[in-house]
Design a binder for this molecule. Structure first.
Ligand SMILES: NC(=O)c1ccc[n+]([C@@H]2O[C@H](COP(=O)([O-])OP(=O)(O)OC[C@H]3O[C@@H](n4cnc5c(N)ncnc54)[C@H](O)[C@@H]3O)[C@@H](O)[C@H]2O)c1
Length: 437
């Protein structure tokens, strides 16, 4: 590896920015990363991270001498010519992406400087062109990020593909960014800026569509007595379909799918096109989270006054991110029904205290299950597979479990005395109580 490396500027050190900074440092570059939250910058400068992401702490520690964190944009502009913008683009009330943070960054740039702005934040198609019109001397490259929380470091270091959008005049800047990613070996997609922006939005919308599709299939499986696990397996072996993102459950969450699908739908609408398919994809996801309430009521009748345990709060395992998590909808619906939710998550409790202030948080899964009249598995944390379900059944007021991720062994649960409900999971002959008895 060459010792002569580019100094890279990273603007915004949340999930994407911090992983980007740590991984470029791992590749041998000096990185200067800026955030506007002083406490975050101070903590990172002390070597403390505020997000849970496998392998990230280790990379930050190992490459500490190549990483600088600052609140000052001027320091970044002085030290680096390549500026990776990783600020958040949350939804506005209209559902369009809120680009105010991106705009703040652009406004701080020197219009006559020789910086390359590399947009990693997810932005609506057309954003790059608009920025370029405002700052004609700036080189602009779209380099959307595809990492998944929970495996963000590995995804960054081993990308399926690297998308680089650069318009005529910015080819050299695009080539500089391509060089940075070259050691990682992903397939390079070099295209124009607007197409690069669309690749990101279309990819997330497609994955969301795949999940909503299999969730609807699961709901039909429940009606006709088929098992969605078998259906997914049979479908996924077709290489045109593939097995991934074909697991039925209680809907997607996280910071990206919801926001990006709505933003794409709005983007289409703003341009005069009604994206019908995405409307359905979004609605199916909303309804899927709520179907759990119906499953609980089928067994319990009214939920008023009932203690219901939620196992897992993060939107998926290996992260403490609760943005748009299914747990938030479930907890809200349970409280709306008059139930008393009690929740446990191995690492998201800190965030849950702020987001779900009225929900009791238990120190362990068994504590959450203690005295509960039902449990819902919300996040497929590996430790839930290790629970002593016989002991859990003894501790619960009623051993009823809705497995929102089809994660547990239904036969084992039933043998332990549980009433078990999955999502689109048929009661197999071997598992049916009549046979087991
Ligand atoms: N989280 C993901 O899994 C993921 C994956 C791919 C793409 N993205 C996209 O990447 C972008 C960032 O997402 P995230 O999850 O890292 O967001 P985040 O909210 O975790 O982090 C954004 C950071 O930017 C900082 N910030 C805001 N304005 C700033 C400014 N003017 N200067 C410097 N810092 C500023 C915030 O303080 C925050 O620390 C979004 O557009 C998102 O859609 C996210």
């Amino acid at each position: 590896m060459s010792t002569e490396r580019e100094t890279i500027g990273v603007i915004g050190v949340g999930w994407v920015g911090l992983v980007t900074a740590a991984c470029f440092a791992e590749l041998g570059h000096r990185v200067i990363a800026r955030d506007i939250v002083p406490e975050k910058v101070e903590a990172l400068s002390r070597g403390e991270t505020m997000i849970h992401e496998p392998g990230l702490d280790e990379l930050l520690r190992k490459n500490a001498d190549r990483l600088t964190f600052t609140t000052e944009m001027g320091e970044v502009l002085d030290a680096a010519s390549l500026l990776f913008v990783c600020v958040d683009t949350p939804p506005t009330h209209s559902g369009d992406d809120d680009l105010s943070r991106v705009r703040t960054v652009v406004d701080e740039l020197d219009a006559d400087g020789d910086h390359v702005l590399v947009m990693k934040s997810t932005v609506p198609a057309g954003t790059g062109n608009a920025i370029r019109r405002d700052l004609p001397n700036l080189a602009y490259v779209s380099c959307p990020e595809f990492l998944k929380e929970g495996s963000a470091v590995a995804d960054f270091l081993h990308p399926d593909r690297v998308v680089i959008g650069a318009d005529p005049g910015d080819e050299a800047a695009g080539a500089m960014v391509a060089d940075l990613y070259e050691p990682l070996g992903g397939e390079l997609v070099q295209t124009d800026v607007t197409s690069a922006e669309m690749i990101k939005l279309a990819s997330n919308a497609f994955l969301a569509t795949k999940i909503s599709f299999i969730n609807e299939i699961a709901n039909v499986c429940e009606e006709v007595g088929a098992d969605v696990g078998e259906v997914s397996r049979g479908m996924g072996l077709d290489e045109r379909i593939g097995p991934r993102f074909l697991s039925a459950g209680i809907g997607w969450g996280g910071s990206c799918f919801g926001k990006d699908t709505i933003a794409l739908k709005k983007l289409a609408g703003n341009s005069g096109y009604h994206f019908q398919l995405l409307s359905a994809v979004i609605e199916v996801n909303e309804l899927q989270k709520r179907r759990v309430i119906g499953k609980l009521k089928k067994h319990l009748g009214s939920l008023a006054g009932r203690r219901i345990a939620l196992l897992g709060l993060a939107f998926k395992p290996e992260t403490d991110d609760m943005r748009d998590a299914s747990s938030l909808v479930l907890a809200g619906r349970l409280e709306g029904e008059g139930a008393e939710p009690v929740a446990y998550d191995p690492i998201a409790a800190g965030r849950a205290r702020q987001l779900l202030p009225t929900v009791e948080l238990a120190p362990s899964a068994l504590d959450a299950l203690d005295g509960a009249e039902a449990a819902v598995l919300v996040t497929e944390w590996p430790e839930f597979a290790e629970i002593d379900w016989r002991e859990a059944a003894g501790r619960m007021a009623r051993p009823l479990l809705v497995d929102g991720r089809n994660f547990l062994d239904a036969d084992e649960l039933r043998a332990a005395g549980f009433e078990y409900e999955g999502i689109g999971r048929a009661v197999s002959a071997a598992a049916a109580p009549s046979r087991a008895d």
